[in-house]
Structures are given as C-alpha cells and as structure tokens.
Design a protein around this ligand. Structure first.
Ligand SMILES: [Zn+2]
Length: 448
C-alpha cells in the first residue's frame, strides 16, 4: 500500500511536500515524493489523504491506562494530598473495573495518534488486554511497592509471578518490564533486589523519581506528608524512616538501581550533579510536563538534560493527573514551560519537541530500531493529521503548524505495525461506544 499526503514528516529527515510512504508486510519499504514513489511502485494500491500531514505515531513514554476512569476526579490538589486521596479512591475498584478503565485509556491513545506506550501497570492484565484489543505497541512495567524489608523476597516473588503472567498474555507488540514505584514507596534494599531481578531477566526498569518537593523532603529528611500521613494511610507507620541527606536520584544510585536498564519518570527535582548521574549511567527520562505542572511539582530541567546527552521522551502520565492524553499538548507545554522558566524563546523549538514525542520516546523505550521515525526497514506505525481546519491555515512549515496548532481531534488515521487501527476517526478493532458506557458505570463507584 502507498499512503500519500500533502506533507510527510519522517522526523529524522526533512519534511516532504506531496510525499508518500510505501508499506509492505508491516514495514516501511520506501518513502519520498509521491510522484517518484508512484513511478517506483506502479503496481501498488494508493490511499491518498490529500490535505493532511503523515508522520510516525507518537510514543507516550509514561501513562497508566488502568487509572483512566479517575479523570477529573482530583483536579485541584497538591502532590501529597493528591497521592493520599488517589490511594483511597483506588481501593474502591475491583479488577473488572480496571479492565474497563484501561480500555478507555487505550481508546484515547489510539484516537490521539499514540501508537506506542510505556505503561507502569497497577493491574497489568487490564492494560495488556486493552493494548492487545486496540493493537497498541505496549511496554508494561509491573509495579512493586514495599517498605518492610522483612518482606523483600515475598515482593520479588510476587513481581516475578506477575511478570510471568503478563508474558503469557502479551501480544506480539508487547514487552514486559518492572517498576519499583517510587523512593517513598519502595525501600532501598527492595529497589536493589528488584534491580537484580530485572537484570537477571533482561527486563527494563521504570521508576517514578524526583517528582515532587514532598519526595525530596522524604528522602533527604525523612519527614513531610509522605513520611507521615501517607505512611499512616498505607499501614507503614510502624516502620522507621531514615533520613538519607541526599537527593532522590543520588539515593537510587547508592542502591545500585542504575546498574539496570532504567527509565526515570519525571526527574523534576534534578540538580546539575543529579543530571550528571543520569548521564553517567545512561538513565533515560520520561518527561511529563503537564502532569508535573498540574500537580504543582515544577518544571523538569530537560534543556540541561538534553545538553548533557540524556535520552528524553515525552509522557502524558495518567488521566488521574492529566485530563487528556494529547501529545500535541505535551509538545507545546514542553516548549512553553522551558521558554517561560528560562526566559528565552530559543531554548526549545518545535522540531525538538516533535523528536521527543516520537524518536526520542522510542530511544527511551529501546524501540528506536523499530519505530519513532519514517525510515526504510522500520515498522509502519503511522498517523495522519487533518489540515482542513482553520487553525492550520496558512501553512509554510508543517512541523510548526503541527506542534503549535494541532490537537488530538485532528488525528483521523492510525496504522500500527502496518495494520489500520483507526480510520476516518472510526475504531477498526473495538466497539467504542460500549467502552465509554462501561467506563462510566465504573466511574459511578467513585462518585458514590
Ligand atoms: Zn506515573
């Protein structure tokens, strides 16, 4: 099949006016100007999108699909309070509820042009089955928690069992990893044990790290809302909290976590020496600018990280802390927050943001040889964005138009691994209305 559009954005090579991409058996086998491509492949069928931009699907490096029904429930509270209230709300749902919730999130990913996700899974089966239903390329990181060091072997065993179970139900586009949740929910010794497990099983590790001031206060001083109210609520108040006097990033270095293949989610509270630690161990960063801003956590210093050569991709985080899974919004927020905080309009641009949302994210998840750009030999994960709307006109630079002007509703087509999963704004593999209805029933449990 040949897919043609007014603009093709390969991302890692210049934009092509009146471009085309040839897909055969799920792979990109050629791309270039539409006229030349048609000459080289006269026998192939053509799908023409006309006034549209064709680009690689977005790579969302951090999301929690199974938390999607919590959208808009905890909109206006600080990180510590948000975490407390969220933990209480989570207890009200059962496994079947999380299955409905994950389907809602997967539906929004596909309709927003997200074709790959890095998902830290509370209910891994819910996420894996939702990804399979929609044909999403998924990296599911099994979450682990534990502050009681007498239970380390039990937690590692449970994690191993869950990893094994997910591997059994994983589709051909899915990968399984491990996610020690965060420094305020996982002890240093448990972090070390889970890292050893991940290394032995050749699994990637994703961990929430240096997200909030509350986390810094907890790690450095052993105090604050995460040391008191939060631990009391989860039943860890009889365990001693030891102040470490260091930053969350250096704390994990001390427990050998970065000896693993690590994605650090957030890294808002990162000093220059923290960033040097990330670089030294080639730790990748999942940057979630909207979630961090919404929860009042701050702005991650990704300009400094990129300058050091740290791999950075973009993430939406969950719908519990971000009300839409819209990578256009994340790209804009990335640019504007860096520019506003540095008081410079040249510190971050549209091309850089587009790279972080595509090939940069693929480098974070380790799938850059397969996806993240339009290149011969890569798998065909492509999306099309409709340029018919007034907010696109006039266009000179399609990267600028896309990054500064588009939003999730403009996506009308998605191809994952060569398969059409979203066509003219219709879901090919699922009953979309039913998913919305079932998610609304689950939300009723949170209202009551
Ligand atoms: Zn998260």
């Amino acid at each position: 099949m040949i897919y043609e559009a007014e603009w093709v954005l390969p991302v890692t090579s210049p934009a092509i006016k009146q471009g085309a991409v040839v897909v055969d058996q799920g792979s990109v086998i050629d791309f270039g100007s539409a006229a030349e491509v048609r000459t080289r492949h006269p026998e192939r069928e053509v799908t023409s999108f006309h006034h549209a931009i064709l680009l690689p699907g977005f790579v969302n490096t951090h999301v929690h699909l199974d938390y999607s029904v919590f959208r808009g429930l905890l909109d206006d509270c600080d990180f510590g309070d948000w975490m407390l209230r969220f933990m209480v709300a989570k207890r009200r749902l059962e496994p079947a509820d999380y299955a409905a919730s994950a389907l809602l999130g997967a539906r929004e990913c596909v309709s927003s042009g997200i074709t790959s996700i890095g998902d830290t899974v509370f209910d891994g089966e819910a996420t894996m089955r939702a990804a399979n239903r929609f044909g999403l390329r998924a990296h599911a990181f099994v979450e682990a928690f534990g502050m009681d060091d007498t239970k380390i072997s039990r937690v590692v065993k449970q994690t191993a069992d869950r990893v094994g179970r997910l591997r059994e139900i994983a589709g051909p586009l899915a990968h399984v990893g491990v996610s020690p949740h965060a420094p305020y929910t996982v002890s240093g010794p448990l972090y070390r044990a889970l890292t050893e497990f991940a290394k032995a099983e050749h699994l990637k590790i994703a961990t929430h790290l240096a997200e909030s001031r509350a986390e810094v206060t907890f790690v450095r001083n052993g105090s604050g809302v995460l040391a008191h109210d939060f631990r009391e609520m989860v039943g860890w108040d009889d365990l001693t909290v030891t102040p470490t006097g260091t930053s969350p990033i250096k704390y994990l270095e001390q427990w050998d976590v970065f000896e693993g293949d690590v994605i650090a989610i957030h890294c808002v509270q990162a000093s220059q020496t923290d960033i040097e630690v990330l670089k030294r161990y080639d730790v990748a960063v999942a940057h979630c600018p909207k979630s961090n801003a919404k929860l009042g956590c701050g702005i991650a210093p990704i300009g400094a990280m990129l300058a050091e050569g740290v791999r950075v991709g973009l993430g939406t985080d969950s719908l519990a802390s971000n009300n839409i899974l819209d990578m256009f919004d994340e790209m804009r927020m990335t640019i504007f927050l860096q520019r506003a905080s540095q008081q410079s309009a040249v510190c971050m641009g549209a091309q850089q943001a587009l790279e972080m949302a595509t090939i940069g994210g693929a480098r974070v998840l380790g799938s850059h040889d397969l996806v993240g750009s339009i290149d011969v030999g890569k798998r065909a994960d492509l999306i099309a964005v409709d340029m018919e709307h007034s907010h696109f006109a006039p266009i000179d630079d399609p990267v600028s138009a896309l990054v500064y002007g588009a939003n999730q509703e403009d996506v009308f087509f998605a191809l994952i691994d060569g398969k059409v999963v979203y066509d003219r704004k219709t879901f090919v593999t699922v009953d979309s209305e039913r998913i919305a209805h079932e998610a609304d029933l689950v939300r009723g449990k949170l209202r009551g």
